[in-house]
Design a protein around this ligand. Structure first.
Ligand SMILES: NC(=O)c1ccc[n+]([C@@H]2O[C@H](COP(=O)([O-])OP(=O)(O)OC[C@H]3O[C@@H](n4cnc5c(N)ncnc54)[C@H](OP(=O)(O)O)[C@@H]3O)[C@@H](O)[C@H]2O)c1
Length: 255
């Protein structure tokens, strides 16, 4: 029986990972800030799937909280077989804003925490010769739409680098790059999604199934759905100035 640790496991993509993994019999460790939602999720999963669910209330913007999760990942008595570094949020603040704290906060949660947890999980899993690390990135990382794009480009490049470092160790690393997924993400970031065509929305449960399949197949970059695979292949081949113009147009429509 495997145990998975999921950051942001109470909502959206993280909750979909929790339900799918519990459904296949995995025990879980769920991490988020809201203790009530964590408790609700744990009760639901235990009742429905008869798995063990540990919950950790932590704010990944706080370095000391991340150190606590890293220690849990390092445990040899209760090993973690799968880390899903998923917690994150949208960032709308302009890069030239006088107050850069929203950007620093985003970097703490979506870069520093991902780096620290990946290091802890990578070391423990390498020692055991097995394990999987899934870092939730975004197709936004292939675009140039502000700090969020820059952060997710880092998550993808970091995951590929970690995969290289752990190559041959028995540890798999995947950068999950979703397109638009219906979750609380857009409401929390106050993003206007009215101009996003229906066909670009992905279902979180199907996304997770596709990602786990890609992880089993040894893929390092997982881009679920044919439509986003095609779109990202086009992005890869576009001249950078065209990609920047498309990014500008998309950014202005979302504000
Ligand atoms: N939805 C999309 O369209 C989309 C597309 C591409 C990539 N993504 C990425 O997918 C990941 C999950 O997003 P989602 O769409 O599922 O969003 P969501 O529904 O808003 O869920 C976010 C989760 O992260 C947790 N979280 C947020 N800040 C945290 C912090 N400082 N410390 C600990 N936990 C924190 C939240 O719980 P608490 O509030 O209780 O802490 C919640 O469980 C993110 O990394 C996001 O960038 C989303």
């Amino acid at each position: 029986m495997a145990t998975a640790l999921i950051t942001g496991g109470t909502s959206g993509i993280g909750a979909a990972f929790a339900r799918t993994l519990a459904g296949r019999g995995d025990d879980l460790v769920l991490v988020a800030r809201n203790g009530d939602r964590l408790a609700e999720m744990a009760t639901e999963l235990k009742e429905r799937h008869a798995v063990s669910v540990e919950t950790i209330v932590a704010d990944l913007a706080e370095r000391s909280d991340v150190v606590g999760i890293a220690e849990r990942l390092a445990s040899s008595e209760q090993p973690i077989d799968l880390l899903v570094s998923n917690a994150g949020f949208g960032v709308r603040t302009k890069l030239t804003a006088a107050d850069t704290t929203p950007h620093e906060h985003a970097i703490d949660v979506m870069i520093r925490a991902v780096l620290m947890l990946g290091a802890a999980a990578g070391r423990a899993m390498r020692q055991r010769g097995t394990g999987t690390i899934i870092n939730v990135s975004s197709t936004a990382g292939f675009m140039t739409m502000g700090n969020y794009s820059a952060i997710k480009a880092w998550v993808t490049a970091y995951s590929e680098s970690l995969a290289n470092e752990l190559h041959g160790s028995g540890v798999r690393v995947v950068a999950l790059c979703p397109g638009w997924v219906r979750t609380e993400f857009h409401e929390r970031a106050d993003l206007n999604t009215s101009s996003i065509p229906q066909f670009l929305w992905l279902d979180a449960d199907r996304l997770v199934v596709a990602c786990l399949k890609d992880a089993d197949a040894g893929k390092v970059i997982s881009i679920p759905s044919k439509r986003y695979k095609v779109l990202m292949t086009i992005c890869e081949h576009l001249p950078h100035r065209t990609l920047r113009a498309v990014s500008r147009a998309l950014t202005s429509r979302r504000r």
